[in-house]
Design a protein around this ligand. Sequence first.
Ligand code: NAI
Ligand code: PYR
Ligand code: MG
Length: 564
Amino acid sequence: MSSSTPKPSLYTAYSGSALLETPLLNKGNAFIAEERQAFNLTGLLPPRYETIEEQVERAYMQYKSFDEAINKHIYLRAIQDNNETLFYRLLQQHLEEMIPIIYTPTVGDACEQFSDIYRSARGLFVSYQDRHQLDDVLRNATKRKVKVIVVTDGERVLGLGDQGIGGMGISIGKLSLYTACGGISPAYTLPVMLDVGTNNQELLNDPMYMGLRHKRIEGEEYDEFVDLFLQAVKRRWPEAIIQFEDFAQPNAMPLLNRYREKYCCFNDDIQGTAAVSVGTLLAACRSKDVKLSAQKIAFVGAGSAGCGIAEQVISQMVAEGISESQARKQVFMIDRFGLLTDTTPGLRDFQQVLVQRSDDIANWSFSGEFPNLLDVMHCAKPGILIGVSGQAGLFTEQVIRAMKKGCDTPIVFPLSNPSKQVEATPEQVIEWTDGDVIIATGSPFAPVTYNNKQYPIAQCNNSYIFPGIGLGVLAVKARLISDEMLRAASKTLAGASPLANTGKGGLLPPFTELAELSKTIAFNVAKVAQQQGLALDVDDEVLKQRIEANFWRPEYRQYKRISA
Ligand SMILES: NC(=O)C1=CN([C@@H]2O[C@H](COP(=O)(O)OP(=O)(O)OC[C@H]3O[C@@H](n4cnc5c(N)ncnc54)[C@H](O)[C@@H]3O)[C@@H](O)[C@H]2O)C=CC1
Ligand SMILES: CC(=O)C(=O)O
Ligand SMILES: [Mg+2]
């Protein structure tokens, strides 16, 4: 991808080693002779000028020399910390190969090993001990004009539980996708780790662990700290989008509810996941020529992601014409102790509205206190099964075979990340359904060949949604991120399904098409924001131009010197 007009020169006061050590500005051997002279770089670089294409070639050769995914990750992160333009150019050229390295599944290993593999600083570590000087902390950020923040407290990183400070890895990975797939300039992105301690004893015992070495701060103190942080963000970058990422269940929904009307924020695991899942389900239903509202759907894992998707599924069913109470009857939430019913104790408020009524399951036969997943398969006969439990192997052969007996062409989405936490592998699901299945996973899986037929495996991951949301929100300076805006993203994704559109190919378009798709998502999201009075009212042509103008490309600019 290359822009038609060269970018204007960039004026900078940096020079010498400071310029080479600023990843947003560093060009390595791509500094031309005049720049080397003007910026005191002569002698600091090998003499030969190189184009970015030549640099990419060398970097790719070096990348290939690593066998293990985690080492490839460390290598790519080092390039990112040295020369961001080169990093994104390399990524752009090898997107399909490298997304699993910078994102799920390898980012999971990077979070687990964060302190062991730590090389250099990136983003902001906002720690509880610094709570009285958050304005100073934010002022220290190396980026001056921040437009997108991904913030985590590391308590539920993918399906890997509490990773403490290691959560920074997921904020970094998400923002890399904002740039690679949503064109948000890396100059405007900021990964944030809110360090409130960790309850992961292994980390607390680990001499290498770099975070605060105490149990997590909880309750009022925690809430106050998050609030102080958000207020400081608002003062420093009033228009920034804040993406809450990988907060654990007790905090995820309350934080979203507390701030969704106040700040331009969203929770990726609740809302982004709901948008991508409903979009992918709509595509799956369209390819089967059935309506989502005619389906029964079972969830394994009634947490943030599960309940977020379920509510969005219900909205979609209602939009298709059935009543809300009927829609709720068609949704079966299964958690650790079985099906959520009106007699299940200790449910959170967002779970209570998703229970089955005892009356409605009175004629079910099951032996435990609550029906388990297999009972739900036998008694409800759902056509859709979604896994968001973070627990590997919960979709057993017995479960999948029972499901297949009860419906035509099951739709099975084991969405837990990273790959090692998946509820069942695509290979297993395809075998247990004799190849008659529509499948999508949260992490990438290679296509499966079964009975001489090839099955591409769609990656139903919120990364299809958030880059386009970011691009759209920034294009019209939206004040808030509404459910309707997320629904527009979801619908756009559903409309781009090769399988639903042509009867062939993947359920979702490949990641290599995501940059273009993100622009369409951005446009549709921005239109809805305008209609809701949440954004600048520009006409469609101007909106398209703004989206293009905001879309950063990894190309070097020429530098001109300004005095310090
Ligand atoms: N594909 C995607 O885009 C996304 C995938 N996810 C994945 O979903 C998983 C869950 O994420 P959240 O909902 O945020 O976490 P969460 O902790 O809020 O929810 C997980 C739920 O699973 C339940 N669970 C645990 N063991 C179970 C069992 N044996 N049977 C039934 N339920 C069980 C827990 O009690 C909990 O309620 C993670 O693995 C995450 O990686 C989350 C967001 C996006
Ligand atoms: C994809 C994602 O956000 C998660 O697994 O938490
Ligand atoms: Mg997440």
